[in-house]
Design a protein around this ligand. Sequence first.
Ligand code: IVH
Length: 675
Amino acid sequence: MSKGDARERLSMLRREIRQHEHLYFVEDSPRISDEEYDKLFRELRSIEEKFPDLVAADSPTQRVGGTPLVTFDQIDHAAPMLSLDSDTDPDAVRRFDERVRKALTGQPVSYVAEPKLDGASVELVYRQGRLSRAATRGNGIRGEDVTANVRTIQAVPLRLRGDRRTVPELLSVRGEVIMQLEAFEELNECLIAQDREPFANPRNAAAGALRQLDPRVTATRPLDIYVYDILAITNSDIDSQWQVLESLRQWGLRVNDLSRRIQSLEGLLDYHRKMMECRDDIGYEIDGVVIKLDPVASREILGSTSHHPRWAFAFKFPPRREITRVEKIIVNVGRTGAVTPVALMRPVELGGVTVSRATLHNREEVERKDIREGDRVRIQRAGDVIPQVVERVAEPGRRRGPKYKIPKRCPSCSTPLVEKGPFTFCPNSFGCPAQLRSRLVHLGSRNALDIEGLGEETAKLLVNRELVRQLPDLFDLEAAQLVDLEGFAQKSADNLVEAIAKASHVELQRFLFGLGIPEVGITAGRALARHFGSLSDLRAADSVDLEEVEGVGPKIAEQIAGFFAEPRNQEMLNRLLDGRVELVDPVSVAQVESSELEGKRFVLTGGLELMARDQAKRHLESLGAKVTSMISAKTDFVVAGINPGSKLAAAQKLNLAILDEQSFVELLRSSGLEV
Ligand code: IVH
């Protein structure tokens, strides 16, 4: 084949393949079989292989390419990506409609209503009709450059349809990257089969795939997109949202066809009702409807706040609810002594997860809702939080059990409970096994002393067998006391004792967090450690001194001062510091305030030569990264040392970003660490 012939054939094949991709991925109406498509695609690839200089960036073969990134670049959006004012209450929509009508003083009002897609918001920029970049929403002004990942989404055209007359020189659009439910379930099954963690919902799966550093991983994730807005455009006479959608569709972008033009408030409420009814049948998650004023000229009259436009409103669906039966009501005693009534229920599926416990919040709530054992109840999950019991579902004619009363004594230590407002507490902070159990787990948690092997079960055993009666006893444990415990053998007993010994050299900030001082989380722990530098200075501080610490207000200051003033706490601290725990200086870091590695997940595998693994872990954590032991699709980086073993193979299979030790050290240095 001559070069001239190749050029001609390539151009024909690309045009044809693009057309079939559009029909398949954007319009959902393929005209040829997969085999026929594959045949065209193979021919295209084989000609491109023979004539590499004829490969174009927007050729259908060029979706997946490039090398894994270390971090994403930040890029400015063509225009701010605003969010929306939202509510689940029809009255809020009524008020929105009233405001709009008032501002437009009697002019006819026309809206476009669209499904509110539950995915990840992105900006796509086309220059001369070619996809030139794509970014996440970020803070609305700047986002992360995810161009390479977005190119792998088949429903995103690399080239707009049309010619120079019909395609704008610059077009920036906004859309939502989603994962269809079927694809999501398949992906999760795959992950579970590989012993990896599944995603909690399609939104997380989509957002996670979009933020993969290696586009080859993104390419294996079944992402989809719908676009719904123009952020910037050159030479356009588009003057309404309806025209926006029509134009986007004409350029070959995927537009949701459930959008409607609506003139009245009743029409809007009706649309919302219909969408809620078909919510479970459309194959992807929507969490409400978005109402937009149609004519662009009218929008200008209403304007925007810095956060959201006044001409649009998100009318959200109420959180998912289900009905089930309460089998038993128990109380849970938390780490701080708070006693929470919990309903144990017949298991029921709620927004994709099976739920069998739901919180009844506090004494007042139980009384107000009058929930009793045996009752039928409506439960809900709002967002990703713990399920709640909303209300009792009446069953006329059924005899109900006796009224539920929160026990008078702590179920764990029998101490009389005390009431504070609507809440109930066990005041026996240091002697209550339930509190001690959670305190132990908290002390051993990753951001505190990080004691491997000290989970719920072990903490329960240690407390029940009275091997630990007070926190400091943990550090006096000997392997001989553990070997006979359920689930323990010589090796595991040795390991736990060793892990405790290792964890006993700890930085102040971790120690403070681990103590479980009321109101002191990771951030406050760090701020206190930085401010005072030593535990003795912190213990000597009064509320006024404490209020000088960043993020510590009068209430928190009082709680902290109160904690250190309590004689039983003083005694506990003295015992801890008496040869049991040693406070060490933080790893030598020029603490980087906001690091590029913040939130990134690392897995360390194999032997490291330049630093101890522990130290590597501390370095990463000081930069806000997380170190986990299991490779999963959520892993951002794998650091492979000597003899890395099966984790490296798993990482390669998943096409994760793999660093050797030298590159890892360079990465730490480039993040501001002196290593
Ligand atoms: S319009 C100014 N339309 O909902 C216009 N947003 O805060 C703002 N969303 O994160 C957005 N479906 O990503 C619009 N059909 C739709 C949408 C939609 C989902 C998301 C958007 C934003 C959130 C609202």
